[in-house]
Design a protein around this ligand. Structure first.
Ligand code: GDP
Length: 472
């Protein structure tokens, strides 16, 4: 800071003392302190986000429509535990992928591509469940185009089914329902459809827009129909990408392999990544040393909506980091180093999520026009009453959205959803789990606990009308 202001470090240290702070020469200052100090020198501070540095290396997002080509949909399987998510993914992988390829899938690369006739392919993410989906979203990465919601026909719509529905809806991702375990006795698809309708997921045959297939992950019955419906949904979405541009994609996962060094599973979203391309992801860079597909085969390039395992990183990038190619390795290194430095300097300043205390200020500044709320409670009745009362607080200036409700303690999954959707969490007669509390602290998510409905409604109303009752 002293260098930037062109004064001696001692002078800065003196100023800090005058402000009541004892600092040392290599101490990192908080943003607000830096602003205060700069003010004394009539200088203005502009803080940039580490990721903003990539803006200049990414080409314009507007591809010429003429360059866009259809791409495969990327699908995540979600649903309640034991309803058959893993079995469904396994069946499809074995029946639809292995058939055509000699050795079969030999390695896990985070996703696999189902190659169907007429180049109508589907890419499945290997990690089922809404946690991975929402964790990616919380990091700003939208990987999934579509969700297959698995519900067991011999069971019912369960809490995690509802969570999955809410997580998909909060992400604006359409769903195709797979009613699974149709081979089992006691399976009752109509009951499931009714329960889904109760949660506003109305299937086509009942006049809604959600496609549904009755399947068995054991016998394979109905799976072709399910894949067909996924493709129909994908056609409606007109998913396209330009394969002939510099590549960008998302890191699905990375690990250190004893033989290969850092290996990352990636999913390309735009352009084509080739062996030899220099790239940056998060605060690391490299040059593509090798690409492999799910069959363990070396490949030369990977295009939109395709997964690959990449070696060539100089560090361990995080899941959800964006990977982009740049003109040369030197630029890649420079950007990565800049980002590392900025990240170090910004470790004190995280993304700020909405809180009840600052919503009125942000409303006044026009920064937000909505308040997203997650409600967890001890019983359905009080959750519904509270949700209804809170929704009524919406007016022209601010819309109150209840994006998820559920019975039970506040979980990490709730906190992730709040982080991905910039929401606050209200607990009615329930508390957060220890892990959820820790995550909420890290993510700076506002959790409010109440035991009286009126108190909760009053607190939100007061926050929305905050301008009328300034804090003293
Ligand atoms: P997940 O927790 O949603 O990933 O569920 P799993 O795929 O692990 O399946 C849970 C249990 O249900 C396992 O014992 C599976 O063998 C069984 N299962 C899954 N799909 C079917 C099906 O279509 N029919 C029958 N009968 N059992 C199934």
């Amino acid at each position: 800071l002293a260098d930037l202001l062109d004064v001696s470090p001692n002078e800065i240290i003196m100023h800090c003392m005058n402000l009541g702070m004892v600092v040392s020469i290599n101490q990192r200052l908080e943003a607000s302190t830096i602003e205060l100090l700069a003010e004394q020198y009539d200088r203005e501070v502009v803080f940039v986000d580490a990721e903003e540095l990539t803006d200049d290396i990414e080409e314009d997002d507007d591809d010429d429509p003429a360059d866009l080509e259809p791409r495969s949909p990327v699908v995540t399987v979600m649903g309640h535990v034991d309803h058959g998510k893993t079995s469904l993914l396994d069946f499809i992988r074995e029946a639809k992928v292995t058939a055509g390829e000699a050795g079969g899938i030999t390695q896990h690369i985070g996703a696999y591509e189902v190659r169907l006739p007429d180049k109508r392919n589907i890419t499945f993410l290997d990690t089922p469940g809404h946690e991975a989906f929402t964790a990616m979203r919380a990091r700003g990465a939208q990987v999934t185009d579509m969700v297959i919601l698995v519900v067991a026909a011999d069971d019912a719509v369960m809490p995690q089914t509802i969570e999955a529905i809410n997580h998909a809806q909060a992400g604006g991702v359409p769903m195709v329902v797979a009613i699974n375990k149709m081979d089992k006795e006691g399976s009752n698809p109509d009951r499931i459809k009714q329960q889904l309708a109760d949660h506003n997921v109305i299937v086509e045959e009942w006049g809604g827009s959600v496609q549904i297939a009755e399947v068995s992950a054991h016998t394979g019955a109905g799976i072709d129909e399910l894949l067909d419906k996924v493709l129909i949904e994908a056609e409606l979405m007109e998913l396209k990408a330009n394969p002939n541009r510099k590549a960008s994609g998302i890191i699905l996962e990375s690990k250190v392999d004893r033989g290969k060094g850092v290996v990352s599973n990636i999913l390309i979203q735009k352009g084509t990544l080739r062996v030899g391309d220099p790239f940056v992801a998060g605060s690391y860079s490299g040059r593509v040393r090798a690409l492999e597909n799910e069959f363990g085969e070396r490949i030369d390039s990977v295009g939109p909506a395709q997964p690959a395992q990449l070696t060539g990183f100089d560090g361990l990038p995080q899941a959800g980091d964006k990977i982009v190619t740049v003109q040369d390795e030197r630029t890649a290194k420079e950007i990565a180093q800049q980002r590392q430095q900025i990240k170090r300097e910004q470790s004190l300043r995280k993304v700020k999520h909405v809180t009840l205390d600052d919503i009125s200020r942000r409303l006044a500044l026009g920064e937000v026009a909505e308040l997203n709320i997650i409600i967890k409670g001890d019983v359905d009745g009080s959750i519904e009453a509270l949700a209804g009362a809170l929704q009524k607080l919406s007016d022209e200036e601010v819309k109150v959205n209840i994006i998820h409700t559920g019975v039970g303690a506040i979980t990490e999954s709730d906190v992730l959803l709040a982080s991905a959707s910039d929401a606050i969490i209200i607990g009615f007669q329930v508390r957060p789990s220890a892990n959820a509390r820790k995550l909420a602290e890290n993510e700076e998510i506002d959790i409010r606990l109440f035991s009286v409905i009126y108190d909760a409604v009053d607190a939100v109303r007061d926050a929305l009308e905050g301008m009328l009752s300034p804090e003293v």
